[in-house]
Design a binder for this molecule. Structure first.
Ligand code: NAD
Ligand code: ZN
Ligand code: ZN
Length: 345
């Protein structure tokens, strides 16, 4: 089968032919119908050889949707032909966090060598994808594969982030979204669907700010050194009760801290590598700063329900598997509006 692989550190990913995978006991083979292109892959591909976290070659793609093509011995609960979305942050399934559905925070994944597809294991940018266990599949139940696939990360990750701040997003509150890209433009929709908060989006690109408004942001502000002042003004000096930073670089993290209200949640989702120091006098009283990873199995089920209800819809552009390297190039250059999706065809 064809697959998009990152093979050589520093080189672009390549379309290659690899053996068709076969499901072993307990595994499920999917014919991939769509795979999403996440900025985290660019983060992975910019790591130096001496610090590269996974074995190479690596088939990319940690957002995947497909049709069940074959079942390994002993698999129950799914059938050939079922259309499913893949829950990506695989865990052991039995530790206390996994028992709660929080496989993204599995206590034993590292020790057992368990990795998500596309982030250590062969990913979804291929004609077929092996899934280790049927518990990592959620029925699409009528959702379109291209529209649904970004929900497995670009939907699930902001959903998890927004959900933990819901108690603070009461009427009269403000939520700030920094970076209206793949994750950010879904975050805006989630905030509108789940809260009465006023939503302020920040981005460096005029096109992304237009998308932010189109998907429901009340205000769209250019993300520069004066952005924090602009947000303070928009909130009558009070600041935002929740700030979601989908960039995580030094300037955006600084802005995130500068727009936080007393008792705000500041959530750093972007992997730009910057941090926000917490200490008396450094931030308004009782601001909480956190850096979450992906989301839980039950949250993925909830995000797909929201999409079925029409409350979130991802802005997508599609590419064939042969065009996948171009999708990464365009994402790297800031030219993807919404989410790029690979359709292996
Ligand atoms: P994306 O490229 O689609 O979106 C990034 C957006 O940020 C773009 O719209 C870009 O114009 C904007 N931007 C860039 N610099 C900015 C600045 N200084 N101020 C404001 N906006 C700026 O990327 P994505 O796929 O949505 O991913 C967003 C981030 O989240 C990445 O860092 C990614 O690695 C990370 N991520 C984290 C998790 C997690 O679990 N923590 C999961 C998925 C993605
Ligand atoms: Zn991702
Ligand atoms: Zn576990």
């Amino acid at each position: 089968m064809k697959a998009l692989q990152y093979r050589t550190v520093g080189a672009p990913p390549e379309v290659v032919t690899v053996p068709d995978p076969e499901p072993g006991p307990g595994q499920v083979l999917l014919k991939v119908t769509a795979a999403g292109v996440c900025h985290s892959d660019i983060g992975v591909m910019s790591r130096p050889a001496e610090d590269f976290p996974f074995p190479l070659p690596l088939t990319l793609g940690h957002e995947g949707v497909g049709t069940v093509a074959a079942l390994g011995a002993g698999v129950r609960g799914v059938a050939e032909g079922d259309q499913v979305a893949v829950y990506g942050p695989w865990g052991c399934g039995t530790c206390p966090k996994c028992a709660e559905g929080k496989e993204n925070y599995c206590l034993r994944a590292a020790e057992l060598g368990i990795f998500p597809p596309g982030l250590g294991r062969p990913g979804a940018m291929a004609e077929y994808l092996l899934v280790d266990d049927p518990r990592h599949l959620v029925p699409l139940d009528g959702l379109d594969p291209v529209a649904a696939v970004p929900l497995t990360d670009a939907g699930l990750t902001p959903y998890h982030a927004v959900k933990r701040s819901l108690p603070k997003l009461v009427p009269g509150s403000t939520a700030v979204v920094i970076g209206a890209g793949g994750l950010g433009h879904v975050a805006i929709q989630l905030l509108r669907a789940l809260t009465p908060a006023r939503v302020v989006a920040l981005d460096v690109s005029a096109e992304k700010l237009r998308l932010a408004r189109a998907v429901g942001a009340h205000e769209a502000v250019v993300s520069d050194a004066k952005a924090a002042e602009a947000v303070r003004e928009l909130t009558g000096g009070r600041g935002a009760e929740a700030v979601f930073d989908f960039v995580g670089a030094a300037p955006t993290v600084r802005t995130a801290g500068a727009v936080a209200a007393v008792e705000a949640d500041v959530t750093l989702v972007g992997i730009g590598g910057a941090g926000l120091p917490v200490g008396f006098g450094l931030l308004p009283y009782e601001v909480s700063v956190n850096a979450p990873y992906w989301g839980t199995r039950s949250e993925l089920i909830e995000v797909l329900e929201l999409a079925r209800a029409g409350a979130v819809s991802v802005h997508t552009e599609t590419y064939s598997l042969d065009e996948a390297p171009l999708a990464y190039e365009r994402l790297h250059a800031g030219q993807v509006n919404g989410r790029a999706v690979i359709v292996p065809g």
